[in-house]
Design a protein around this ligand. Structure first.
Ligand code: MG
Length: 409
C-alpha cells in the first residue's frame, strides 16, 4: 500500500504560502458550500480575499455576493443571465464572464492561489483539471471530480505542483488524522455515514418515500443533489471512491460505518490497533476553514462540541440490502475504467427525475444499473473518453427516466 504518500498528500509539495491576503476563487459560490466559504472569508478579512466568484444560474445572489465581496471577476454559467450580471457589476469595475468555458478559462488567471471547487456533479471536472494544470491549490468540495475521473486526475496531480485539501467532512477528518503519521502504518480508513433520513425504515417503506421526505436530512443542511445522494447512500459510495484516490489506498482498506449522530466525522485505524478520529459538531465551516488555511487551525466562532450533550454515540454496519447504491463503490473500484463516470451521470439524471416525480426513490438505483449495462466500457479512458461517456450516459438515462435533466452536455 502506498497509502497517502504521493499525489494528493500534504507531504508532497509543501505549498508556498502566498502573501496575505490569500486569494480565493469559488466555483459554485451561491450553493451551500459556496455561501459557507464566503462566511469563513468574511470572518478573516486580513487573511482571505474572494477574487473570483462563479455561479450556475442564480444571478441575483451572485450580484449580491459580488457587491459585498468585490471580486475581480464574476462568472455566471447560464449565458442567458450575462446581460443582467454586466448591467449590475460592470459599473463597479468588476469583470464579468459567462458560460462553462469561461469558468474553465478563469482557472489560468493569476489573481488567485486556491480554488474552492463547490459546483455540483460532473460540472466540477473540467475546471478542476484546468486548475491542476495551472498549478493552483485545490480545496476540493466537488467529490464527483475524483469519482468520475480519479485515475486521470491523480495522474495529473502527480505531474503538477498543485495540492488538494479535501473539504468533504469525512475526508477532511481522515486528512487531519493522518497528519504526522507514517503512511506505511495505516491499516484502514473508516468513513462515517449518518445513514440519511431512511436509516430506520424497512425496504418496503423506502420504496414509497417522497422527494419531500428524502430532502429532509436529519443532520446536515446541504444542497438538494447531495441530500438525495445521502438518502440513497450513493453519497457514501462516492466518498469511498473519493477516498481511494485522495489517499491512494487499496479499496479493501476503506470501510463505511453508520454513525447517526454525525459527531465522529471519520477515523483512521493504524497497524498497532490505534484508531484516531476527528470529532466536531456537524458544520461544514470547520473543513472549509481547514482547507482554506492550508491545513492549519483557524479560530471558530461556532459553538464548540460538548460531548455531555450527546449521551450516546452509536455505530452500526451499513445495510446494502436496504441501500443497494452502497454496492456501487466496490463495483466501480473493481471494474475501474469509465464505470464510475457512468454511475455518476446516470445518478445526476435519476436524482432530477426523482425530484420531479418521474421515477420512484428505488428507481434511482435501477436507472444507474440499467445505464451501466448499456454504455460501452472503456478500460483506460482519456479525458475525451470521459466526456463522451458522460454525454452518452446522460442521454441514455434521460430516455430511460423520461426526464429532460437540463444538464448542459
Ligand atoms: Mg461527506
Amino acid at each position: 500500500m502506498r497509502a497517502f504518500a504521493c499525489p494528493l498528500s500534504y507531504k508532497k509539495h509543501p505549498f508556498k504560502r502566498p502573501l496575505m491576503p490569500h486569494n480565493i476563487a469559488i466555483l459554485g459560490s451561491t450553493g451551500s458550500i459556496g455561501t459557507q466559504t464566503l462566511d469563513v472569508i468574511s470572518r478573516f478579512p486580513e487573511r482571505f480575499k474572494a477574487t473570483i466568484l462563479a455561479a450556475g444560474s442564480k444571478v441575483d445572489q451572485l450580484i449580491e455576493q459580488a457587491i459585498a465581496f468585490r471580486p475581480s471577476l464574476a462568472i455566471i454559467a447560464d449565458e442567458t443571465k450575462y446581460g443582467r450580471l454586466c448591467e449590475a457589476l460592470s459599473p463597479l469595475g468588476i469583470e464579468c464572464a459567462a458560460g462553462s468555458d469561461a469558468l474553465a478559462d478563469a482557472m489560468e488567471r493569476d489573481d488567485f492561489d486556491t480554488v474552492v471547487t463547490a459546483t455540483v456533479g460532473y460540472s466540477g471536472l473540467l475546471p478542476t483539471i484546468r486548475a491542476i494544470k495551472a498549478g493552483k491549490q485545490i480545496a476540493l468540495a466537488n467529490k464527483e471530480t475524483l469519482v468520475v475521473a480519479g485515475e486521470l486526475v491523480t495522474r495529473l496531480l502527480a505531474q503538477s505542483p498543485s495540492k488538494v485539501i479535501p473539504v468533504d467532512s469525512e475526508h477532511s477528518a481522515i486528512y487531519q488524522c493522518l497528519v504526522g503519521e507514517d503512511s506505511a502504518t495505516v491499516n484502514k480508513l473508516i468513513i462515517t455515514a449518518s445513514g440519511g433520513p431512511f436509516r430506520t425504515k424497512s425496504r418496503e417503506e423506502i420504496a414509497n418515500v417522497t422527494a419531500e421526505q428524502a430532502l429532509h436530512h436529519p443532520r446536515w443542511q446541504m444542497g438538494a443533489k447531495i441530500t438525495i445522494d445521502s438518502a440513497t447512500m450513493l453519497n457514501k459510495a462516492f466518498e469511498i471512491i473519493e477516498a481511494r484516490w485522495l489517499f491512494d489506498i487499496a479499496p479493501e482498506r476503506i470501510e463505511a460505518v453508520v454513525h447517526p449522530q454525525s459527531i465522529v466525522h471519520s477515523m483512521v485505524e493504524f497497524i498497532d490497533g490505534a484508531v484516531k478520529a476527528q470529532l466536531g459538531i456537524p458544520d461544514m465551516r470547520l473543513p472549509i476553514r481547514y482547507a482554506l488555511g492550508d491545513a492549519s487551525r483557524l479560530p471558530s466562532s461556532e459553538r464548540p462540541l460538548s460531548l455531555a450533550d450527546y449521551a450516546t454515540l452509536t455505530f452500526e454496519k451499513p445495510d446494502p440490502e436496504k441501500f443497494p447504491c452502497l454496492t456501487l463503490a466496490p463495483y466501480a473500484l473493481t471494474k475501474g475504467g469509465n464505470s464510475a463516470c457512468v454511475i455518476n451521470a446516470a445518478n445526476e439524471v435519476a436524482v432530477r427525475a426523482f425530484l420531479k416525480g418521474k421515477i420512484p426513490f428505488t428507481g434511482i438505483y435501477d436507472s444507474i444499473t440499467m445505464t451501466l449495462e448499456k454504455i460501452p466500457f472503456v478500460a483506460t479512458p482519456t479525458l475525451d473518453d470521459y466526456v463522451a461517456t458522460h454525454k452518452a450516459a446522460i442521454a441514455y438515462a434521460e430516455k430511460l427516466t423520461g426526464c429532460k435533466s437540463g444538464i448542459i452536455h
